[in-house]
Ligand binder design. Sequence first.
Ligand code: SAM
Length: 233
Amino acid sequence: MIGLDPRLRCAFELLQGADTVADIGCDHGKLTAALLLDGACRKVIAGDISPDCLNKARDVIDRYALNDRAEPRLGSGLEIIAPGECDAVAILGMGGELIVELLEASPQVVSGMDRLVLQPMSGIEELRQWLYEKGFHVQADRLIASGKRVYQMISAQKADQRDPWPEGFPQGCYLVGYRAFVDREPLLGPYCREQADKRRRQLRQAAGTAGEGRLLREVSQLDEIIKEIEGWN
Ligand SMILES: C[S@@+](CC[C@H](N)C(=O)[O-])C[C@H]1O[C@@H](n2cnc3c(N)ncnc32)[C@H](O)[C@@H]1O
């Protein structure tokens, strides 16, 4: 059994029951190994663009004798996967803009998958907006506290139409997930309050600058969500 931190544990849970998972940017190989050792899926293709990072995953695969079910591949994004080869993908710990780039580069591979588990470190809004506008159905949008950070992890699937926009959630807001709002994610309220306070502090320095409008809009959206959440109790 491999010890996973709460972030990787969440990805593990969202991937459970897949047949073949592409772990893109596998690096240390912990997710790849845990998925196989704990029987969450049948096979993992572990990809990384960096030979050094892929070697870390290779070491873990060897250590746990997983060579018959884990296949390390060197290359960028989903270019190492053939259409139909994997039914799920994990892309964790990269910037949201890069995640969008990797998904856009391999449309046939993506459309054959029924689970995309994505955890952006930045550019979260850009990724969420892209998924919404391209007609992905968001199955889960989790907030996970691990160490000193709160991570956001999205599980999505290609659909024929855009998700319905939930009542009470600010139009065009991608700072946090509309799915997190619908699912009443436990950390949503505290996270929105922290983010609104952070922006209010930034606003003190931003008066008259180009960034002021964006901060004001974000504070207003976060306050709207907080008000809705207060009405839940
Ligand atoms: C911060 S690590 C994240 C490791 C692991 N996924 C996690 O979340 O704990 C990012 C990994 O992505 C890899 N990476 C960056 N760009 C990539 C790309 N275009 N294709 C595949 N892997 C990439 C890096 O080499 C690195 O191993």
